[in-house]
Design a protein around this ligand. Structure first.
Ligand SMILES: Nc1nc2c(ncn2[C@@H]2O[C@H](COP(=O)(O)OP(=O)(O)OP(=O)(O)O)[C@@H](O)[C@H]2O)c(=O)[nH]1
Ligand SMILES: [Mg+2]
Length: 307
């Protein structure tokens, strides 16, 4: 198994009511993002995490960075050993989104096995799933639309209010910050996205929480892929350069443990699979799941973070 980077932080049961950086009031005159054609106002979204004790893995990532496909690949990997179930009651409002979400839940199993890729860039792409072993919940995994975390046209926009509900939930959180080398072909956009990651890190106040960094689309960096698996250190070094400051809060200052654990997180590269370069008449892209080494590393990191 490739190297990773981690140490443990101390417990702190800080409770959060109001969070700077999260939009706690409705934004008057909110204009839904152009181009999605879906028109869900993120300020109208309310959610409930009914299971308040099982840790929640939060897939934090910009639009199209790969959250849905990472979730799909992980679940495909877990399905033979675990029972996976979407939480149908996660979305409370607006009603249009509730109806849409319930349909996503009922289609979930078929979606996992679909030969087509998710398209990315959806403003309704919510999913909360529970992973069970022998009837016991192990973790919940949460995806929310990437544009609610980062919108490159409005890089300073606050997080929508429902994010407050998620941050404030009593569950232990396992924050998965997703990046991609060369993302958007623009260092300026990557700098903006890095600032949003740092903003979330700064309002994520419970030091009971754990952090995993995922460098997705590892397949697009064949120079770092060997017959012995991906060269984790190379993905890490490039990520540090391309996403400035995102590791800064997690430097291990312990004079002894820092010698072998420089950072307080796990870092992994990931590849969801391969995608046909062309889309069919309906805009769909054929998808073939990638090597098991990636979901295996991610699941190992999640179990370690869960404790
Ligand atoms: N080469 C490569 N492409 C990927 C990988 N993962 C995702 N993609 C591409 O990125 C697209 C979007 O992926 P999604 O998983 O839908 O992205 P997302 O983060 O869920 O996007 P939103 O739900 O809109 O926030 C896919 O359709 C693929 O074309 C990967 O591991 N390798
Ligand atoms: Mg998605």
């Amino acid at each position: 198994m490739p190297d990773n980077f981690e140490i443990h932080s101390e417990e702190n049961n800080h409770v959060v009511d109001t969070i700077e950086g999260v939009d706690n009031t409705r934004t008057p005159g909110y204009v839904p993002p152009i181009g999605t054609g879906e028109n869900i106002d993120p300020n109208d979204v309310t959610v409930t995490i009914a299971d308040t004790s099982t840790p929640v893995v939060i897939l934090f990532g910009a639009p199209s960075i790969g959250k849905t496909m990472i979730l799909r690949r992980l679940i495909l990997y877990l399905q033979k050993d675990y029972f996976i179930q979407p939480d149908t009651l996660f979305i409370n409002s607006p009603q249009e989104l509730v109806d849409d979400y319930k349909k996503r839940c009922s289609d979930f199993n078929a979606t996992i096995h679909s030969q087509y890729a998710a398209k990315g860039n959806g403003d309704r792409d919510f999913m909360l799933v529970s992973v069970y072993k022998n009837g016991r919940p192990i973790v919940q995994i949460l995806e929310a639309p990437g544009e609610h975390y980062f919108n490159k046209r409005f890089p300073n926009a606050n997080f929508p209010p429902y994010i407050n509900t998620i941050i404030s939930a009593p569950n232990k959180k396992i924050w998965c910050y997703i990046t991609q080398l060369g993302w958007e072909n623009s260092q300026d956009i990557r700098n903006d996205y890095s600032r949003k990651i740092k903003q979330m890190q700064s309002i994520n106040l419970s030091s009971r929480d754990k952090v995993i960094f995922i460098s997705n689309a590892a397949d697009l960096q064949p120079q770092y892929s060997t017959s012995n698996g991906p060269i984790v250190q190379s993905y890490f070094n490039d990520t540090r350069l391309q996403f400035p400051g995102i590791f800064q809060s997690y430097i291990n200052n312990n004079p002894i443990t820092k010698l072998w654990k420089p950072y307080n997180f796990t870092f992994i590269p990931f590849s969801t699979g391969s995608y046909s370069p062309i889309r069919d008449g309906s805009g769909r892209q054929t998808y073939v799941p990638g090597q098991a080494v990636y979901p295996a590393m991610l699941w190992q990191a999640i179990l370690k973070a869960r404790g």
